[in-house]
Design a protein around this ligand. Structure first.
Ligand SMILES: Cc1ncc(COP(=O)(O)O)c(C=O)c1O
Length: 391
């Protein structure tokens, strides 16, 4: 049967999503603590949830306008100015999407020709390889290596060929937790300008940075006119199921992305769009609190993983941490993750799924810490069972 599936379907089935589904099913079946998939186990701010309920009650239940409701486009533009000093016109330079995933896929579909190359920082978030394949383009990965996952600027420049259409940049970076430095971003910007490339940036963790600061690539010289900046309410407000995201950038690029979105979902999440307006208007204390809470959780889980004997690469942002399992005597992350629920009642995901060549990340495993502190403390206790016993 499989050989009769269309080419694209059979290609996409090979991507990491199947491993995510397997690990989540494993968590459900075994009752293990699920630190695999990255979703919070508590809801976001009550005021934002109340605003969604109020929007439903107020009758905002039909198709919203194609680019998104004007109130949310204005709120996104205000957010870009308030936090990052970027000027974005809510009419024409902001598009509301079904999460960041749709914004990224629509951008790739809209901006790539079949056969174009897309350079992305590897390990890549799992939708990238699939979306690039759907666009008929080719992924050219530039690998970030532990322990610090710094960008090799020369390798990046070498990956750009005459077929390169765009650079897909993710910072803060999932799964490594790396946050690109000012110098790294400046080098990426200079390369884009020199080689006349479009940049698509995935900034869904823009408010989850523990060390250093987030800087949008669009703010670097020459970048405003060639960058599509993507983000989402899912991570910032802990409502990942609402799938409200956005793309900002020059009108010509955003209009191209909108054309692709038109035929993917057309529009999405009318009442949730109203609720996200409330979220984006929350005070600085909310955004500071989100970051500080997750920093404490990062420290809790990293300590637990280190005590269990893994080599931990503490993230500077996001709510994921990657660890090297080799000190525990195994170098097969997939087998390790499959056995983890039985060994200690915890679920994680193998980083191998984020690499073009799975062998590159074979010994690495990712854990999510967007969970309640008591859940993380329990996970740390359980992981201690992995620690080699003194002989
Ligand atoms: C780097 C990155 N980009 C995009 C997404 C998806 O965002 P959304 O749920 O808004 O589609 C995620 C979710 O895990 C992510 O980690």
């Amino acid at each position: 049967m499989t050989e009769r599936l269309p080419y694209l379907t059979s290609r996409l089935q090979g991507f990491g999503t199947t491993i995510f589904a397997e690990m989540s099913a494993l968590a459900t079946r075994t009752g293990a603590i699920n630190l695999g998939q990255g979703f919070p186990d508590t809801d976001g701010p009550a005021a934002v949830a109340d605003a969604a309920v109020a929007a439903i009650r107020a009758g905002h239940n039909q198709y919203p306008p194609g680019p998104g409701i004007p109130e949310l486009r204005a709120a996104v533009a205000h957010h870009q100015k308030r936090f990052w000093g970027l000027d974005v016109d809510p009419d024409g330079e902001v598009l509301i999407t079904a999460g960041a995933t749709e914004a990224l896929t629509a951008a790739l579909l809209a901006l790539c020709e079949v056969g174009d190359e897309v350079v992305a920082l590897e390990p890549t978030y799992d939708s990238y390889a699939a979306a690039i394949a759907m666009a008929g383009a080719r992924l050219r990965p530039v690998t970030l290596h532990p322990p610090d996952y710094a960008l090799d600027v020369e390798a990046l420049a070498a990956a750009v060929t005459p077929r390169t259409r765009l650079l897909l940049v993710n910072s803060p970076h999932n799964p490594t937790g790396a946050v690109l430095s000012e110098a790294e971003l400046a080098a990426i910007a200079a390369l884009c300008v020199e080689r006349d490339l479009v940049a698509v940036t995935d900034e869904v963790y823009e408010h989850i940075v523990f060390e250093g600061a987030h800087r949008p690539l669009a703010g670097f010289p020459g970048m405003a006119e060639r960058t599509v900046t993507v983000s989402s309410a899912g991570k910032t407000f802990s409502f990942t199921g609402w799938k409200v995201g956005w793309a900002c950038g020059p009108a010509a690029l955003v209009s191209a992305v909108r054309t692709a979105k038109q035929f993917l979902t057309y529009v999405n999440g009318a009442p949730f769009q109203y609720a996200v307006v409330t979220g984006l208007g929350l005070g600085d204390d909310y955004f500071d609190g989100l970051r500080d809470d997750l920093r404490a959780k990062r420290d809790l889980l990293c300590a637990g993983l280190s005590a269990a004997g893994l080599t931990v690469f503490p993230p500077r942002g996001t709510y994921f941490v990657t660890a090297d399992i080799r000190p525990l005597g195994s170098d097969d992350g997939l087998a390790f993750c499959r056995s983890l629920p039985e060994r200690c009642g915890v679920v994680a995901v193998p980083d191998a799924v984020f690499y073009a060549d799975p062998a590159t990340g074979r010994h690495l495993v990712r854990f999510a810490f967007c969970k309640r502190a008591d859940v993380l403390a329990e996970a740390a206790d359980r992981l201690a069972a992995l620690a080699p016993r003194p002989s």
